[in-house]
Design a protein around this ligand. Sequence first.
Ligand SMILES: *Cc1c(COP(=O)(O)O)cnc(C)c1O
Length: 375
Amino acid sequence: MSCANLKRLSTQHVLVGWREIRAVIEAARNRDLSGNADIVGTYEQALARCFGSPHAVACSSGTAAIHLALLALDVATGDEVIVPATAPVMTALPVLAVGARPIFADVASPHTFALDLRDVGDKITRKTCAVISVPMWGYPSDGPELVAACRRWEVPLIEDAAQAHGTTLEGRRLGTQGLIGTFSTHARKLICTGEGGFCLTDDLNLAARLSQLRSLGRAAEARGFGGAFGLNYKLPALSAALGLTQLTRLDQRLATRRRIAGRLTGALGDIPGIDLFPVHPYGSANFYAMLITAAPDRASQLGQALLAEGVESDTLRYDYRPLYEAPIFRNGTSATLCPNAERLCSTLLTLPCHEGVITADIDRIVGICRKVMGS
Ligand SMILES: *Cc1c(COP(=O)(O)O)cnc(C)c1O
């Protein structure tokens, strides 16, 4: 094994340069550091423009964004929220925070993160107050079909697009299809403010409500506190300065990741036993990660072999499995089997596809894959 083989290839790539450093220093000079600073409003306007949404509300994390969305929709104790079984724990924790029950629904096949509309339909009850869709690893999944179904069921749709900055479906950026779109800007995500998040919505009243809930219940024009419920989920000014700069990099990042994904696709496509996870025919992924599948025993063998040579996979890192298997959700929730989610989780593997992946890394990944698959 040569030295080059030992380079650790993380699933995360933080892209922070002089532009970010300058922007943060400038914001610090302003001495206006709280989440009420003007720069936070500027960042929100830039977010709205970038995603093609009328309103954006910045907040302190992606988890906070989902919590705010549920609060704004009055989801409360005893209510039920439909969550895909393939979602991460962060999607469903806010459901517990408002006292509601996550009801895990299956995905439409082992080759998509789109919800199975029949399974969701079966699980909708009078208590259902929201459906959350989660395009994992930035792969476009739920689209107009789910939007139309939610309208029929008269249940609001929240898009947890925390991993899907810049992902498109039928020409729209994700996060703008449902009543509220939620995002994270955690260090791992494609727009990074360290910790942070935001909500998108078309609805002016909802935007005002989200903003009020984020700011201790204080409405934008009101004086003082105590008029309405709220929490402090504001995004600090320095993080907004970072986010504003990060936004200007998004298109370039998407282009770079799509190019690397194209090269990985070309190199992995002809290895027997490895399949590329399909991208929705009317969509484009942001390649937060590149997804491949293999038979369950081979997938875990491949994941271990990659890790042994320094290549991380999210599916291994998080021990990816249907969310109803997590101890915190096992009790008191409907732990019914979701066969497609089971299959998807056991066959899926993520590969790094970020700006730090160079030709030698691609060769290394492909070499390991060939070796494990015996081709
Ligand atoms: C990262 C993430 C979250 C949570 O975001 P934080 O900013 O870490 O709180 C929620 N949902 C999904 C799908 C995520 O990837």
